[in-house]
Design a protein around this ligand. Structure first.
Ligand SMILES: O=C(O)CCC(=O)C(=O)O
Ligand SMILES: [Fe+2]
Length: 217
């Protein structure tokens, strides 16, 4: 169905920008194809295990640095120890365009070297957390593909809100940085009843790609 109410680009909080429909459908299809290939390579995507023993409901594959709750490694230490897949230059270029567009700052230099590709299915969700394993101040880029979701973001200081809840649809971009680089955020639920363009995700699946600058060497 046609989207009747145009969704506006919005600054949700200082440093937090939502750009609806940033990726056109062919670009979304290319990213989904790449995400599926990454998720199949080597030991593949996995449900990471939290320090308390709980298994995350999202399935994740990493590029550049392997994220294990809560650290980065060059090797997939919770999957047999093979080297993490390299971070592709084209994805860094896409990240740089995302930050420049979101912030309206073409001069900004942004060289991400980590990607987390999360697949959400069914009741999968992501509890509120900070992205704080990085050692660089650069923003986080988030690209949404497939099923819609509620994305929740608040302040860097309060784990329990108040929250800004925003619906993310396939093709949407969110950038969070500046004074909200360490904001608590999460994905409380998918919105399975929304129409989804045919971008190649499995039925009901949402894929999110987050790009970050690790600051690690
Ligand atoms: O799926 C999303 O939109 C957010 C993902 C996220 O916060 C993360 O991977 O750290
Ligand atoms: Fe996050």
């Amino acid at each position: 169905m046609l989207e009747l109410i145009p969704r506006e680009r919005r600054t949700l909080l200082p440093g937090v920008v939502h750009v609806p429909d940033w990726l056109d459908v062919p670009a979304q299809q290319r990213l989904v194809g790449a995400a599926q290939a990454w998720a199949r390579e080597g030991p593949g995507a996995r449900h990471a295990t939290l320090p308390g023993g709980a298994r995350m409901s999202v399935e994740t594959v990493c590029l550049g640095w392997h994220w294990i709750p809560y650290r980065y490694s060059r090797t997939r230490d919770d999957q047999g120890g093979s080297p993490v897949r390299p971070f592709p230059a084209w994805l860094a270029d896409l990240g740089a365009r995302a930050v420049a567009d979101a912030y309206g700052a073409p001069e900004v230099v942004y060289r991400p070297d980590v990607a987390l590709i999360n697949s959400y299915r069914g009741d999968a969700r992501l509890g509120v957390h900070q992205d704080r394993e990085e050692r660089a101040p650069d923003p986080v880029v988030s690209l949404s593909l497939g099923a819609a979701c509620v994305f929740r973001i608040g302040s860097p200081h309060h784990r329990r809100g108040p929250w800004h809840d925003v619906e993310l649809l396939s093709g949407d971009l969110v950038v969070f940085g500046g004074e909200h680089r360490l904001a608590y955020h999460g994905v409380p639920r998918l919105l399975p009843d929304r129409d989804v363009p045919d971008v190649g995700t499995a039925p009901g699946e949402r894929i999110n790609i987050t790009l970050r600058v690790s600051g690690l060497a």
